[in-house]
Ligand binder design. Sequence first.
Ligand code: ATP
Length: 720
Amino acid sequence: MWLLIRMSGRSHGVHLSKLRLTQPRMLWLEHRLTLSAALRRKKQLTGVKSGVHPTPRPLTSVLPCSPVRGLSVLPSHTSNSIARARTVTHTPVAFASSSAASTPTPAGSAKTQTGTEKEQTPTTVPLEDVKRILGLAHPERWTLAAAVGFLTVSSAVTMSAPFLLGKVIDTIYATGADTETMAASLTSLCIMLTGVFLCGGAANATRVYLMQISGQRIVRNLRTSVFSSILRQEVAFFDRNRTGELINRLSADTAVVGRSITDNLSDGLRAVAQAAAGVSMMFYVSPSLASFVLLIVPPVAVLAVGYGRYLRSISKRTQDALAQATQLAEERISNMRTVRAFGKELSEVNTYTQKADEVLSLARKEAVLRAGFFGVTGLSGNLMILSVLYKGGLLMASQHMTVGELSSFLMYTFWVGISIAGLSSFYSELMKGFGAGARLWELLDRKPEFPLNEGLVLPPDQLKGQLEFCDVSFAYPTRKEAPIFQNLSLLVPAGTIMAVVGSSGSGKSTLVSMLLRLYDPDAGIINIDGHDIRDLNPYWLRSHIGTVSQEPVLFSCSIRDNIAYGAGDPDAVTTEDIYRAARVANAYDFIQAFPKGFDTIVGEKGVLLSGGQKQRIAIARALLKNPKILLLDEATSALDAENEFLVQEALERLMEGRTVVIIAHRLSTIQNANAVAVLDQRRVAECGQHTELLSNRQGLFRKLMEKQAFLQEEQKRALC
Ligand SMILES: Nc1ncnc2c1ncn2[C@@H]1O[C@H](COP(=O)(O)OP(=O)(O)OP(=O)(O)O)[C@@H](O)[C@H]1O
């Protein structure tokens, strides 16, 4: 009897620990679930129909190469890739203000918030979503079917245990039997039961293993598809969606979906089977006691469900506050250098403490509710068992029940209680799975605004590299109200060097982004060798364009792999090719000076390189690509004199025989250009040879140069 009471206590313990497990992570997921409701509502409002999503193309078909061969999709790596997909040039860090975490996104934005949106947990799920989520399990159907088979065996054992244990107790208490007969029947019963329990244990272990394995395989496939889908999106998509949000979909949402169709489904099936079997056995053992108990269950269950809902809503608010604190911490830690440079450590700690205090005050309320919830459910469970004992005791006294039957009955009561508790968490977990699934379908179904690998492919020898902007007008999709170009025209003849200058914000980098077809013009045409850039295959086009930016991005892998990244097929690149490119880029000597030479790991987790060293590796990477068109975005402006010389020398070698667009402030870079274009007032205000432009005293270029010379003088004087 005591054992049963302990078990009953544990039943609540199991439930408690389940809830405890869910608190830090699951409650967050609950919040994420509510976002899907908003997205679905938005879809309904905008009349977007959710259709069957096309099978995403394999990752290899959309990516030219992987920086580290054979590397699986790891969170840090994916986070890098997604963050890098956003920009081609490095920009200084600007923090989102704390309120910005929950402010609405720009018009037309599809961005979802991790902030404080008030959403309702969906209570109904479209049949299509159900089909789709089950469709994910289709490749694993045989493994899952086997797991369900083992589940049936283990559940049958579990549910027959109380009955058989009752028989053991009755054998012990059997009246009239001599000790020897009792011992013999007890031994054979216990041996038989040990065998049954061993089978049950083995079946349960196999079920857990099969469920875990198939769940992980489903998650792996889903993650690969989602990652592939994210990387296929146009750059404007990354302007609208936060990297953290996309990473969450990739890591957390996929895991929730995977769990909901494996572990959760199996737990749910087990709970249903056990509850049904438990109730049947209760009626079989004692119909009158079963009817009495089942009268008590409904009001207790209603109370528990209502209380649980209230608890969930307060947990969600706690989680919202936690999400804001986490976002702040994430941003500050990843931009620690900026925080340190401004000496803001203490004020950042204070800001974080305020956020943490908000979490604490909500968590305090939640703790009170949680304590009450578990107190009440524990109490009601124990009261129920007490009432079973009371009524059962009376039935025993009137010879309507044996001690073994009462024991069996109590055990079944316990199992039914556990199963009902399991069913309620099964439902909420299932809803979380559908919520996470809806967010993933949205991402998987999203068609990029322009294709990645479709369109005209010219034979390599036909590409000359003439670039032409014809009456181009453009505004960034997230800032349609602020046009960057209006009827801009510019011609860069094949094999020439065009320097682009202009004041800060005049659109120089935008020009480069448009040549890479990261954005399409709103009006006008960009031609390459007379072909509208929109007719050309973007993948092919980019394979003929090399870029070196002010702060080039290197991936967290070896220098060798970073340089090989530039080649169309990194596997075909020989060590000699890499060394040659590094020599031409003036990078060979400093790379070999590292203890591990070209195998030195760079990036966040590896050796930190200087700006000039990064530039030269980026130049080697671009050299390996051997592009027809080269786009240099202020490639030397942030370097000291020595580095500038080395990089400049490398760049001159790189520029030979190619069409080059250089964004440059420095006169030294401009002097080598065949022509200079000055951007002003959303168009090309002046264009010509640099000496010609300089000779025009009233010209914009001359003014820009004079201003720059003046500023440099001032800087020198200040330094002196
Ligand atoms: N992804 C983007 N989304 C929205 N607006 C952007 C985006 N990138 C740049 N802008 C805006 O477009 C304008 C032109 O930016 P761009 O970076 O092309 O100028 P720039 O001439 O290269 O400036 P700088 O010399 O300071 O680098 C700026 O006002 C900038 O705020």
